[in-house]
Design a protein around this ligand. Sequence first.
Ligand SMILES: [Zn+2]
Ligand SMILES: [Zn+2]
Length: 658
Amino acid sequence: MTDVRVIINREPDREERVVTTGTTAAELFADDRSIIAARVAGALKDLAYAVQDGDEVEPVAIGSKDGLDILRHSTAHVMAQAVQQLFPEAKLGIGPPVKDGFYYDFDVEKPFHPDDLKAIEKKMQEIIKRGQKFSRRVITDEAAREELAAEPYKIELIGLKGSASSEDGSSVEVGGAELTIYDNLDAKTGEHCWGDLCRGPHLPSTRQIPAFKLMRNAAAYWRGSEKNPMLQRIYGTAWPTKDELKAHLDFLVEAEKRDHRKLGSELDLFSIPEEIGSGLAVFHPKGGIIRRTMEDYSRKRHEQEGYEFVYTPHATKGKLFEKSGHLDWYADGMYPPMQLDEGTDYYLKPMNCPMHNLIFDARGRSYRELPLRLFEFGTVYRYEKSGVVHGLTRARGFTQDDAHIYCTREQMADELDSTLTFVLGLLRDYGLTDFYLELSTKDPEKFVGSDETWEEATEVLRKVAEKQGLPLVPDPGGAAFYGPKISVQATDAIGRTWQMSTIQLDFNLPERFDLEYTAADGSRQQPVMIHRALFGSIERFFAVLLEHYAGAMPPWLAPVTVTGIPITDEHVPYLQEVAAELRKKGIRVDVDASDDRMQKKIRNAQKSKVPFMLIAGAEDIAAGAVSFRYRNGEQKNGVPLAEAVAEIVDAVERRIQV
Ligand SMILES: [Zn+2]
Ligand SMILES: [Zn+2]
């Protein structure tokens, strides 16, 4: 036996070790049961991998990102084995890990029933208990075709070797340099129980799946194309511990309660009528109040920050988007054209920028006018595939709180700095407080403008981002071809992150539109252009706030801030006087004068998530007071009227949550 020298890399420690030929990664990490795979020269390997001379080997723990993917994908194998045992005619599609879980696609005669999922889960438990080994076997294309003759989808994948894509998940199966099959072998007898064409790696044994659950099934086209057969997809989730699985399931229940589509209909805020079409929402009066309040406040703050308001149409001749380049690189995201005036193509606009450029260019501009900040609540239309349209967060028509800033190169640093400060301040006003920033920098393969300009702009963005004292996550190569960008990611009340605002530099459009201003020395100069959307879209931000607050909007945003609840009918006139007093101060208030009993009125107000209930009976009236009932059920009795009004007005003015 010859010696093999390896480096074991456990960040930050590196250790050189000499082992005998044939030593496996499993043996290197035998002291740590949380290690389920290894990374060698950047590639993930099974623990059964025999290390080679010169290898640098990193342990992969089950709780790491790679480890979770391997756990989840291995669980997908177990599910596929269970499905084929219960439904021998089922043909296999693909089974990649996804965020928080995995799926596997099957060609079966009829969709799975919820009872089927239970039976599959049970079968999976059996397979896990038996501790089958995942065993890797290299195979030639020819031999694989023969072995997988009964699996038409797998055969198709064999042909993709080398061109497999991570987009449709096929790279999980055949993304490696050589074709491999993973066999599940009985722990005791070594007998072959099941096998699947797969790149790997996997857990060493099915017994290492600590906690999993099947979630749901759905129809899905083979490799995502509508031209292909419809398969049945089962989604599942898997975690390193039972506690983590439970926490995840609890989180899903909470997220479901907060789903803005559900709250939107429960609270009568908006709908997406089938008659209008997918991704095109209408706002009902109560949702309209929230939206208008959001817009009014935003408008006021933009005015204070020196933005000027513009308006542009929803449709334009195609020529404009030829000039901007959108028809070259964004046509898939646009609604198809309509032909007017003897064959001229008109498009619904997917972006407002080109129109704002025309406003900039409508007359000569002097350096004295810069920075020029053009703001618009601009409604745009984007063609999103029906599969990705989702409530208000991914719609086909929506209104951006869009601004374009034109400034000189010298003004760029200050302008970006004040823009980011403004953006974060405004988000905080709406009640989001937990942020991190992401800095997307140049893709060296795809960019316009000079290296020098990119470097300067990226440095400026980095500095202004660091100044905020927030975590800054690099996104190398993630910038659009036309400029670097900062995006603000906000964490909501249940820990989900949402991309909110973006501040995007653009070196492309000023060139394409030949934008110029006259500098102090009389020369013609090109302005720096910054795209900036703060909410992203109003609809999306509305949805994020609705989910963040679980529908219980803070008093300043709530459609109704106060509901007056009389103990009996006699007390209605008194509450109406109180309501009139509050209305004078700009508070949205109604009095429940219906026939319902008081307890029912309280329940109704609770259901509609009203921030303040004001209850009044004979005692309150005699004392010139009211009683508060808050959302959490607490009550405060006999509050003098002036004090009650002041408390409500204060909560609205300070935009606090109650
Ligand atoms: Zn696999
Ligand atoms: Zn823009």
